[in-house]
Write a protein that binds this ligand. Structure first.
Ligand code: SME
Length: 160
């Protein structure tokens, strides 16, 4: 049994340090990418409040394909440059979207989503996946969340 849990009321910097530590520990010595993404998706859902979707899209054959996640069933394939995820994957840049309705081409997988954070996972200079977080709250994510998920992406780059 794994017993990772966020400490209530801690600052975001500590929350994300704990999340990255937990993700590093749970993926240590495990070579199966799907198993690792599944456990990290569960950790995202456990550690981060006010989310309605958290998980991975993987770069396969030049498009994004749905990976392990927590939340409602989602769109399976996203073309590069399409939506928030495809924009992050095509540019290699984190996408911090306070209002998804104001993002041109946003793909609404869950009508509850109001804000979104998408962070590319880069290995050997190439985007291999994105981490996607959705919230039902407007402007749920700030630059500390972006930095925290970027640290997570770095920790996972060789493990997914
Ligand atoms: N909203 C995303 C699609 C994925 S779902 O949020 C899970 C996008 O615009 O790329």
């Amino acid at each position: 049994m794994y017993d990772f849990a966020p400490v209530p009321g801690q600052p975001k910097s500590v929350l994300y340090a704990d999340l990255v530590d937990a993700a590093s520990a749970i993926t240590l010595d495990e070579a199966d990418a799907v198993a690792n993404m599944a456990n990290v998706a569960a950790l995202l859902g456990q550690f981060l409040p006010d989310l309605n979707w958290a998980g991975f899209y993987r770069m396969i054959g030049g498009e994004l394909v749905l990976g392990p996640f927590v939340g409602k069933p989602a769109c399976i394939r996203i073309a590069l440059g399409q939506g928030v995820c495809g924009t992050a994957a095509a540019s290699g840049d984190t996408q911090l979207v306070p209002d998804v309705h104001a993002f041109p081409g946003h793909i609404a997988c869950d009508a509850d989503s109001r804000s979104e954070l998408v962070v590319p996972v880069v290995r050997d200079g190439a985007v291999i996946a994105v981490i996607d977080l959705d919230s039902p709250l407007p402007a749920r994510f700030d630059t500390e969340d972006a930095s925290g998920i970027e640290a997570l992406a770095l920790a996972l780059a060789e493990r997914i």
